[in-house]
Ligand binder design. Structure first.
Ligand code: SF4
Ligand code: ZN
Length: 317
């Protein structure tokens, strides 16, 4: 097979585009796809201050790498879940990437703050780890944004993540979540940053190839709590469909984007936490209630790592 662009030997076949590319042209293709997505959906503007939510995995480290390569000067934020070696290795990969990019990043160290890892916190909350994790991550990352002037939060969600989530929401007709699958979610000035997903149209396989060819050093292990995640089942179903009909995932998501264009988002009345100002649906937000339960209101904070990787610790009330 020959590269469609240069005619040399191709290294990756892109069946959903009915084409094949060499490594170099694939990198250009993918970076252009990310750039075009940002432009088409107005994800990041010239006056924005973006930050990437990094996990240490291929998608978040790759999008961080691509954005800085494209000239968007983005810093990083990581929530350290305190899951033993997995979290330590993730942090090491993030430090290495930050050093290469010469960008700073923030760490929200759950075990230092709560003196417990995410699994133990979840038990106290009587939730499953992923539910507790989602709540804490959303809050912690937003706090870093609000306290440091980042108005756009970038996540590494890729086409497979979005298609699996959309399938799950459709199967159970979770109408309240359906509108959330667009490439951006509006923020609330002074309370919540805008969220954007520049990898929305890039598949898991394409991102793995990008990370490999670009030499991005990421953690290959998945979070140990992801084993029973329903999203993996949905991804397998979609991969089977993709195998027989290449391009299915892309059509699914593009069709969805067209469909929701004119549909009014069903908004619930939002208010702000009376303690911290975070958007919530009444009274005190879940995080403030959790901090109250642990008697640690004064210990919530994050660590800031400069591009020279010297650590300074900030604690905020
Ligand atoms: Fe958090 Fe669950 Fe994802 Fe692990 S799998 S990072 S616990 S949401
Ligand atoms: Zn609050």
């Amino acid at each position: 097979m020959k590269c469609r662009v240069c005619g040399q030997d191709a290294h990756i076949s892109l069946r959903s585009y009915n084409t094949a590319l060499c490594s170099q042209d694939f990198i250009s293709f993918l970076e252009k796809r990310v750039f075009d997505t940002i432009q088409k959906y107005n994800l990041i503007g010239n006056n924005d201050t973006p930050i990437v939510a990094v996990s240490g995995g291929k998608d978040s480290l790759s999008v961080w790498h691509i954005l800085n390569k494209l000239g968007y000067k983005a810093d990083g934020v990581y929530v350290d879940l305190g899951i033993g070696e997995y979290s330590q290795e993730s942090l090491a990969k993030i430090k290495k990437t930050a050093e290469g990019l010469q960008r700073k990043f923030f760490v929200f160290p759950i075990r230092k703050i709560f003196e417990k890892g995410i699994d133990e916190i979840a038990k106290v909350m009587r939730r499953v780890p992923c539910s507790a994790c989602g709540m804490i991550k959303r809050y912690a990352i937003n706090k870093v944004c609000m306290d440091n002037g980042y108005n756009v939060l970038i996540t590494g969600h890729n086409l497979d993540d979005e298609a699996a989530a959309l399938l799950g929401n459709l199967l159970y007709w979770k109408e309240e979540y359906l509108w959330k699958k667009s490439p951006f979610l509006d923020g609330h000035e002074g309370h919540l940053s805008r969220k954007v997903k520049p990898l929305f149209l890039c598949s898991e396989r394409e991102m793995a190839a990008y990370a490999l060819i670009s030499g991005i050093d990421y953690i290959h292990d998945e979070c140990p709590f992801s084993i029973n995640a329903k999203s993996l089942t949905y991804k397998n179903i979609l991969n089977n469909l993709e195998e027989t009909s290449p391009g299915t995932k892309l059509q699914f998501i593009k069709g969805y984007l067209k469909t929701i264009k004119g549909i009014e988002e069903k908004k619930r009345d939002i208010s702000y936490c009376t303690t911290c100002g975070y958007p919530c649906y009444g009274g005190t937000c879940s995080m403030c209630r959790l901090l109250h339960r642990f008697h640690i209101k004064d210990r919530i904070g994050f660590e800031e790592w400069g591009s020279n990787l010297d650590i300074t610790q900030k604690m905020m009330t």
